[in-house]
Design a binder for this molecule. Structure first.
Ligand code: ATP
Ligand code: MG
Ligand code: MG
Ligand code: MG
Length: 469
């Protein structure tokens, strides 16, 4: 049986047998990296090893890394429930070479794993390479025996990876599976590539250069390998289902939600069940790793995830807080592989319960306001920013919750209006404070807050800067 737990151990065992050190997942809150919201790839814990700043007693490693992509540069929050392949929390299986083997061995190891251990049929596989990377294309020809038309050359940054503006970088090669014509979508590089027929499941990064300055790039003396395979995506392939939500683990979580709610998913409300199952995982793992809901930074991303799930619970008719009731099912599925979930059970349960109990008080009223405000709107219209801001400020609706609520009706939110309303409210608050007779202190306090706000990631401000909102 190819359950997620078996796939994880097959992957790690395979690389262990091939000389790799099995290294534990690092926490979701990256250590010593304030620039990164959450760990979003397997290589994060090895950044300093790749740059040479840090030495390890091994030169190759393999991990199953907990990842969250819900905020920051990689943000898949809006995709969840709407594509077959995106989750906010997922596990990235990876193998790494720190100046040890390079392209040919990386391709050979990947190819043998997917065709021999996982038994994927060669006929359904195809790969992309960076358009100038003849070396990788040649290895694919030699090792996999692919004809040219199964090696797609991509000229965009999708196939060129960089750690940052400077530092290690290099071309990458992604492995896709064709799941058949009955699923909409086209091969990578085609106009229909957003569909789900061609599923990307493994990305091999060949770190062979160092970007020294903006203009200067040099060859790394000892090139390295970083790869990432989505565990849940591989499970959907091996289990022959069309989306990650139909794999064993997600079916069990969705069943738990269905029994707590007293009804099973239907075609019309499947997305809500999927969002709940996904957000249960990301929220629980974040809490287990020490993030608590708050109004800024990481805690605010957690709050947004939780409240979004709670609205979907409400949509499904939950008469009382729902999310905390699903924790035992999550522990059954994942507690063995992730003991921090078991240790954190009480905290996870209480946090979910408290947040949902509080939020339910304003959720229903906010949704009524939203309905009233959008009653006359139709597809393609925009909700005014004032109302979206009132929902945020008075009813605790994160902006993306309002957007998510309107998405099915194809109504957007006037973001400029929202930001204006927020600015106005801040200015008013400042003016009121200044009038309270302690002007000097408050001016300093506000000045400090403005200053820190620009650098510290405070909710929407920075996300706007990162181009998410
Ligand atoms: P996509 O194009 O589908 O969004 P990606 O190119 O952003 O994926 P990478 O950054 O290359 O993904 O990550 C490596 C692997 O991790 C992917 O090939 C995929 O298997 C998995 N992965 C990435 N994002 C997600 C996600 N949101 N949910 C589940 N698995 C994911
Ligand atoms: Mg992506
Ligand atoms: Mg991709
Ligand atoms: Mg990719």
């Amino acid at each position: 049986m190819s359950g997620v737990n078996d796939i994880r151990s097959t992957f790690l065992d395979y690389f262990r047998k091939n000389g790799h050190e099995v290294v534990a997942s690092s926490p979701l809150v990256p250590r010593n990296d304030p620039t990164l919201m959450f760990t979003n790839a397997g290589m994060v814990q090895f950044k300093n090893v790749f740059t040479g700043l840090e030495k390890r007693p091994y030169s190759t490693a393999t991990t199953s890394q907990k990842c969250v992509r819900a905020g920051g540069k990689h943000n898949d929050l809006d995709n969840v429930g709407y594509t077959a392949r995106h989750l906010t929390y997922f596990e990235m299986l990876g193998n790494f070479s720190f100046g040890d083997y390079f392209k040919d061995r990386a391709i050979e190891l990947a190819w043998n794993l997917i065709t021999r251990e996982f038994g994927l049929s060669k006929d359904k596989l195809l790969v992309t390479v960076y358009h100038t990377d003849d070396e990788a294309a040649d290895y694919w020809k030699k090792i996999a025996g692919f004809p040219d038309d199964r090696i797609i050359r991509i000229p965009t940054s999708d196939n060129f990876w960089a750690m940052g503006d400077t530092g290690p970088c290099g071309p990458c090669s992604e492995i896709f599976i064709d799941r058949g014509e009955h699923i909409w979508g086209g091969p990578p590089g085609s106009p229909e590539e957003d569909g789900d027929r061609f599923l990307e499941f493994w990305n091999l990064v060949f770190m062979q250069y160092e970007q020294v300055t903006k203009e200067e790039r040099v060859d790394l003396p000892r090139p390295s390998i970083d790869t990432g395979m989505g565990l849940e995506r591989m499970a959907s392939i091996l289990q022959g289902v069309e989306s990650v939500f139909e794999t064993d683990l997600f079916r069990h979580l969705i069943d738990a939600a269905a029994s707590a709610l007293g009804h099973a998913p239907t075609k019309d409300n499947t997305a809500s069940f999927r969002v709940i199952a996904d957000h249960l995982r990301s929220a629980s793992f974040l809490i287990a790793d020490g993030v608590l809901p708050s109004n800024e930074g990481r805690g605010y991303v957690l709050r947004r995830i939780m409240r979004r799930a709670m609205r979907h619970g409400q949509l499904l008719g939950a008469g009382e807080p729902l999310m905390w009731k699903l924790v035992p099912a999550l522990l059954r599925e994942m507690g063995q592989a992730y003991p921090e979930l078991v240790r954190g059970e009480a905290l996870i349960t209480e946090t979910l319960k408290l947040e949902e109990t509080r939020f339910r008080k304003t959720l229903a009223r906010g949704l009524t306001l939203l309905e009233e405000a959008t009653g006359d709107l139709s597809a393609g219209d925009m909700l005014d920013g004032e109302t979206a801001f009132k929902l945020y400020d008075t009813y605790g609706f994160p902006l993306d919750l309002t957007q998510d609520a309107l998405r099915q009706r194809n109504i957007s939110v006037n973001l400029d209006g929202f930001n204006d309303a927020m600015q106005r409210q801040r200015a008013e608050a400042r003016a009121n404070w200044a009038g309270s007779g302690e002007a000097a202190t408050e001016t300093i306090w506000f000045a400090l807050r403005e200053k820190l706000g620009a650098t510290e990631f405070l909710g929407y401000d920075t996300e706007k800067a990162e181009g998410i909102v």
